[in-house]
Design a protein around this ligand. Structure first.
Ligand SMILES: Nc1ncnc2c1ncn2[C@@H]1O[C@H](COP(=O)(O)OP(=O)(O)OP(=O)(O)O)[C@@H](O)[C@H]1O
Ligand code: SF4
Ligand SMILES: [Mg+2]
Length: 334
């Protein structure tokens, strides 16, 4: 299977008046053709920074300090801005986080999508319009939406138009940053179904970023757990859900309100410890919250390495791998 995106040892900082924010601290990730990879992480873990670095859309105070991003063997970080512009939207599209979206407020939704097709795929106007109608129908939107202005649409509908725009140019990679945020649970479920259906039809490769692990389970082939700018665990959703190995992943899974869990198992609440991104912990980034931390954890950073089918960044992964989340956390404040 060919690799569409390979991220190697990516380090990104933000320069601020208060100091240097270490947003990404050596991220490694590979996405194969046709895969949907979910990146889960709490607020501030570096998810948006990862998306913006791939798109080369970081704010001016950001610095890529190290690493490489290979997109089908093209070194994205080595491209000029002009070369990168040819890749954005036509070969990699981004669905941005938040309500501040890419739409022109004065232009009909359908025209915004057809314009992208005309421009990036070099199609004449009438063909672009026909394709837009088909894509709108594929994302479950009728002709009324085609001729509506963005502000006339509900948040759920606007999210569908964003998806229509993202797939309209048939990019080799789609990146979606928090696509579920702001939607109520019913709309979130509809969006998951839609992403699955579109993936069957269009076969795209995607990186979907969310703090909502349950939604990522529904749509992802692989999941990366990001914490403090590092990936701590990487596996398929079954492995992450039924056999979490890293203490942090165990805490996340044990904290999910899940109707399938036996009632006797109370939800795990990991201790909250503030991590200063300008002065992150030495060694393992999770040690201040980890009840299993030993001296070595505070001194040496654990490499991301293969344990069974997963990739793990924990010195004690072998010892901990078969302990259930509840057994691991029950005597440790969880
Ligand atoms: N422009 C910026 N200048 C300085 N620090 C920044 C900037 N953008 C992000 N950061 C910091 O970088 C770290 C990673 O931020 P990022 O937005 O990538 O996290 P995130 O996982 O997307 O969070 P959220 O779930 O809240 O969207 C955080 O500590 C954040 O405060
Ligand atoms: S490396 Fe040490 S501190 Fe980090 S998760 Fe593993 S046991 Fe805990
Ligand atoms: Mg974000």
């Amino acid at each position: 299977m060919s690799t569409v995106l390979r991220i190697e040892d990516l380090i990104v900082h933000y320069i601020t008046d208060e100091g240097i924010v270490q947003a990404l601290q050596g991220v490694n990730l590979a996405i194969n053709k046709g895969e949907i990879v979910g990146v889960a992480g709490e607020t501030g873990s570096g998810k948006t920074t990862l998306a913006l670095t791939i798109m080369r859309l970081l704010p001016t105070n950001a610095r890529v300090v190290g690493g490489r991003i290979l997109f089908n063997d093209i070194d994205l970080l080595g491209l000029s801005e002009e070369e990168m512009q040819k890749i954005r939207q036509s070969r990699i599209s981004l669905i941005m986080q938040g309500t501040a979206d890419v739409f022109n407020p004065l232009m009909l939704s359908g025209l915004q999508v057809s314009e992208a097709i005309e421009f990036h795929k070099n199609k004449p106007f009438h063909e672009a319009i026909e394709e837009t109608k088909k894509i709108f129908s594929d994302v479950g939107l009728g002709t009324r939406v085609l001729i509506s202005l963005p502000h006339e649409l509900s948040i759920g509908t606007r999210q569908r138009v964003k998806i229509a725009l993202a797939i309209s140019t048939q990019p080799e990679l789609i990146i979606a940053d928090e696509p579920f945020t702001g939607l109520d649970p019913t709309l979130q479920a509809h969006l998951s179904d839609l992403i699955e259906k579109l993936h069957e039809e269009y076969g795209f490769t995607a990186l979907i970023i969310s703090h909502n692990l349950l939604r990522l389970f529904e749509i992802s082939h692989k999941i990366a757990i990001l914490y403090g700018g590092k990936i701590l665990e990487y596996n398929d959703p079954r492995g992450i859900y039924y056999h979490p190995i890293h203490p942090y992943t165990k805490g996340l899974i044990g904290g999910l309100p899940d109707i399938k869990s036996p009632k006797s198992k109370k939800l795990i609440e990991m201790p909250e410890v503030y991590i200063n991104p300008m002065n992150p912990p030495k060694g393992c980034v999770f040690w201040p919250r980890c009840p299993y931390a030993k001296d070595i954890c505070k001194k040496r950073e654990p490499e991301l390495r293969k344990i069974e089918d997963a990739l793990l960044a924990c010195h004690f992964a072998e010892e901990l791998k078969d302990i259930s989340p509840w057994d691991f956390w029950k005597n440790n404040g969880g």
